[in-house]
Ligand binder design. Sequence first.
Ligand code: PLP
Length: 329
Amino acid sequence: MLELREKIVEKLKRENNLSYDPSEILVGCGAKQSISTALMALTDKNDEVIIPSPYWVSYKAMAEIAGAKPVVANTDEKNNFKLTIDDLKKVLTKNSKILILNSPSNPTGIVYSEDELKEIAQFVVKNKLLVISDEIYEKLIYDGKKHISIASLGKDIFERTIVINGFSKSCAMTGWRVGYSAAPKKFTDVFKKIQANTTTHTSSISQYASLAAFDLPQEYFIKNAKTFEERRDFIASWLDKRTELSYIKPEGAFYFFINISKVFGKKIKDTVISNDNIFYSKLLENNLVAVVPGSAFGNGNFIRISYSYSLDSLEKALNRIGDFLDACK
Ligand code: PLP
């Protein structure tokens, strides 16, 4: 719908300092489809897609489905898992084509600063890469930090970036399936050809709902972020008391990436907890709390928990995790 694309253009200008024409916006069935379409359009068989680890679970699969080669760029826990130029240099080859960047990040919740993004942008431009910048969590950001879109850092990087966003996280509209890409016309024109032959578009009903979401007052987003920040602080103070756990303090999104490696080697009943998968399955079986094993995000020393629940539910879940940890001997 042109009206929706026009609203998105206004939003990108107002909030992200990005200038697009409505023809450069493509609305799809969630950010997921938008990323997937971009990867299909922009990669050929031997092209490599650089994915910083820990990564959101779907990026690797999406690159593979597109027929490209996902290449994981390991990042350092001591650097809060933030991607550095050294990390990038280690994986750069003549086939490197795309870097996927996700700030705020799922699973770590880290947020890249303007200076960090500038360095990455310079590297991307110098090495003629493209960036898929997944900004789906931009509204959930804490401690007064500000989301910066890498595409806003200059003409050269703008021309090499595909900005991804949507309504799933900012407006809690996950089930409506609306996401979008914003990219120079030469890219968007190809994305359109792919989408026209796959889903055509997300339902008109969902597009009207997204149009209505633009009427939400600014206070809605501020209140929402505040609620999540309270939950983050609540979980952080609980985690601080558990000496067997360490974590990356999230600055955005709604996840904690928790290092459980100190628990490895302990026993729960008769089972030795030797990895994240056993930790997760025994926690679920014994204490009925679902977490995600970190290996799904590329690091098996961790689990990821989500705090998109009420404080009451979170308190219950943390108490149960505490009971589980106390029972590990
Ligand atoms: N990108 C990231 C980093 C996510 O965590 C998710 C959902 O979990 C998505 C994209 C998918 O968003 P959508 O519901 O718009 O497809």
